[in-house]
Ligand binder design. Structure first.
Ligand SMILES: [Zn+2]
Length: 271
């Protein structure tokens, strides 16, 4: 009986560590930002309503943080570029929105790369799908230079009316509040409709809107034998002499591909 009790308690502790947005049992998390600010964050995009979300934010003069799903980003690179152009912060929300009980390595690395190849900027923020994380999730995230971000206000906007979203959020705003909303993968009419009222009640309470993470300096990224900087990729075609092959050797200081001609491993007949 005692053993079953201890086992159940252990299971409860593990579930708490994996699911609770403020639990640090499985590793460090960011669930709050700076005092004086609140943070709008959007998950599961880019989706059909992301551009509408961006329009509202532009009208209101607010920057937000978008946690993108890799498969979605790969389908809509133009929306990812729009987010960068508008000055929003971008994080990764895994490659395919997989529950990270398994496949941590693939989901985290591929999700991060999918965004970096489009933006040419290093991704440093990671929100695990469903907020679920294990020790393994934290280990892979730390190795990849990712801060694990959860939330402190979670209005379940994907299944509520705009009135309910507004009253939930406005009643729970606090210093450094990280508000979790959704801009994908489906239409998010209620979320969009709630934004102006959420923004005005935060401003009435004296809060500014911030973006998460330190501003990331633009960085040259090597991808598929190309050098990418701020969304622009350069591929260098090199013609080598007979009996030689072109080999990609990374990027130079100006983020241009270095390609050298080297002898072929096996001699081929030249014509
Ligand atoms: Zn999600």
């Amino acid at each position: 009986m005692l053993i079953i009790g201890i086992f159940l308690l252990l299971l409860l502790a593990l579930a708490y560590g994996a699911w609770h947005p403020r639990a640090t049992l499985s590793g460090p998390i960011m669930s709050r930002g700076e005092p004086g600010s609140v943070y709008l964050t959007f998950d599961d995009g880019p989706g059909p309503d992301t551009e509408s979300v961006v329009s509202v934010l532009r009208e209101e003069g607010v920057k937000a943080t978008f946690f993108l799903v890799g498969t979605q980003a790969a389908k809509h690179p133009e929306i990812v570029e729009l987010l960068v152009k508008e000055g929003h912060a971008i994080g990764t929300h895994s490659w395919s929105h997989w529950l990270l009980l398994t496949r941590n390595e693939e989901e985290i690395v591929r999700g991060k790369e999918a965004v970096e190849i489009i933006t040419g900027q290093e991704v440093t923020l990671f929100r695990p799908p469903y907020g679920f994380r294990t020790w393994k999730t934290h280990r892979v995230a730390a190795r990849e230079g990712l801060v694990v971000v959860t939330w402190s206000v979670f209005p379940r906007d994907y299944r509520r009316s705009s009135e309910d979203i507004i009253s939930h959020v406005c009643a729970r705003l606090h210093d450094g509040a990280i508000i979790d909303l959704h801009d994908g993968p489906y239409e998010r009419g209620a979320t969009i409709a709630s934004l102006p009222a959420i923004i005005s009640c935060a401003r009435e309470q004296g809060y500014a809107f911030g973006v998460l993470g330190a501003p990331v300096a633009s960085r040259c990224v090597e991808m598929d034998q190309q050098c990418c900087l701020e969304g622009t990729c350069e591929f260098k075609r090199t013609v080598c002499a007979c009996g030689e092959q072109a080999v990609f050797r990374g990027c130079d200081e100006g983020c241009r591909p270095i390609v050298v001609c080297e002898p072929l491993d096996e001699s081929r007949s030249c014509s």
